[in-house]
Design a protein around this ligand. Structure first.
Ligand SMILES: [Zn+2]
Length: 404
């Protein structure tokens, strides 16, 4: 039985009685006037356990109601027949503040919230702040512990004096509410042999400000397990599927005990796709087989990466090719991403009353191939394509990637 053949009664059974108790799920607004009705899509909202063909009504920039049939009564219509209607996607690892085209390109991919993860440090933070303020989406910054931010050539903390606690503290104090965490890139080419000291300084700053710390791992000087042992609840490890050596799996293909222990403590693990040395299918396959899945799926978005097809729907599709269920993958890009940062509180869901940020995606069947950072190829039989994006109740973008 296809999802589209469910009748109203079946849908209500699927949703379960608890889903509607006082939730407004089937609420009718007085007068029936909505600004926008999204018709006939398969609505998946993992935060509420919803997976059913429903209409979604939007009023005043907020989700007004979800129901099997909502009369448009003069509202704008968005036909989502045959498509997925999801909470707007949240990408917690991007570099979307570097090129002015970035935010609009990500919006076309269904991304309604994003974080610039550390392109800027204390000395350059104003550029990042200006870019997130100019973006149409809900956006914020993680401050690089390196005072000058990402540097080409020698990395941003190769000169340890650039890991400047006082400067970072001052920048955070000046930009509370926009700077929502700290980033430390710990690869050998960035920190040299002093990754532990860079981590210590970044943690001191993050802890002092009550903010999470995101660390970038892969080819670190210090064994990964030793770095993970230092992380605390709410901290985030990005590039979780970086290649060996120093991966979350050991030479025998087992997930290292320090990663399992970190997860138990509440440390979060993020995909962080990127283009170089951040993800290889072999590591993904072995970790997924041991059920070590990401908490969040993210792109490590750049203009260059986008040109190579690194966008959130595609990275989510790669996850599907490893047999991870669709609702779980959607949770990684919505509910879980919103939970990782209080900044996104109330988002990542289609609960009535939530901001009306939605991604309409198409899940196409076909023959696809997903490429890792070392040119590894992975076949897939389905792929997500952006179809339309609704931001704050307004249709902002139609279609991202075209073609099959
Ligand atoms: Zn990055």
């Amino acid at each position: 039985m296809s999802i589209r053949s469910h009748n109203r009664r079946q849908v209500m059974t699927m949703l379960g009685a608890a889903a509607f108790a006082g939730s407004g799920l089937f609420a009718k607004t007085p007068g029936g006037r909505h600004d926008l009705v999204i018709k006939g899509g398969r609505v998946i909202d993992p935060a509420r356990g919803v997976d059913a063909v429903l209409d979604v009504a939007v009023s005043g920039g907020r989700i007004a109601a979800l129901a099997p049939e909502i009369a448009p009564e003069g509202a704008a219509l968005l036909d989502a027949g045959g498509k997925l209607v999801l909470p707007g996607l949240i990408d917690i690892h991007t570099h979307a503040t570097v090129d002015a085209r970035s935010a609009a390109m990500m919006l076309a991919d269904g991304v309604t919230g994003w974080i610039e993860t550390g392109w800027q440090g204390a000395e350059t933070v104003d550029q990042g702040i200006a870019a997130v303020r100019a973006a149409p989406q809900t956006a914020a910054i993680l401050l690089n512990i390196g005072r000058k931010g990402v540097m080409t050539g020698a990395g941003e903390t190769m000169d340890l004096s650039l890991a400047d606690e006082a400067a970072a503290r001052a920048a955070i104090a000046a930009h509370r509410g926009v700077v929502i965490g700290v980033k430390a890139r710990l690869s050998r080419g960035i920190t040299g042999d002093h990754d532990l000291e860079v981590l210590r300084r970044a943690q001191t700053v993050a802890r002092g400000a009550g903010l999470p710390l995101m660390i970038h791992v892969g080819d670190t000087f210090t064994p990964l397990g030793q770095l993970l042992d230092l992380l605390k609840r709410g901290d985030i490890v990005t590039h979780m599927y970086a290649p060996l050596p120093n991966a979350i799996i050991n030479a025998d293909g087992r997930v290292i005990p320090e990663a399992i222990a970190a997860r138990r403590r509440g440390v979060l693990f993020d995909w962080g796709h990127g283009t170089r040395a951040h993800v290889v299918w072999d590591v993904v396959e072995k970790a997924v087989a041991q059920r070590f899945l990401p908490d969040t799926v993210s792109t490590d978005w750049t203009i260059a990466g986008a040109g190579q097809g690194v966008n959130l729907p595609t990275v989510m599709s790669a996850m599907l090719s490893f047999g991870v269920p669709l609702d779980r993958v959607i949770a990684m890009a919505t509910q879980n991403a919103a939970r990782a940062f209080p900044f996104f509180r109330g988002r990542g869901t289609l609960r009535p009353g939530a901001p009306a940020d939605l991604a309409v995606l198409e899940l196409r069947r076909g023959v696809y191939e997903f490429i890792d950072n070392e040119g590894g190829r992975r076949p897939g039989v389905q792929k997500l394509f952006a179809s339309a994006t609704v931001l704050g109740g307004r249709i902002m973008a139609r279609g991202g990637e075209a073609g099959a």
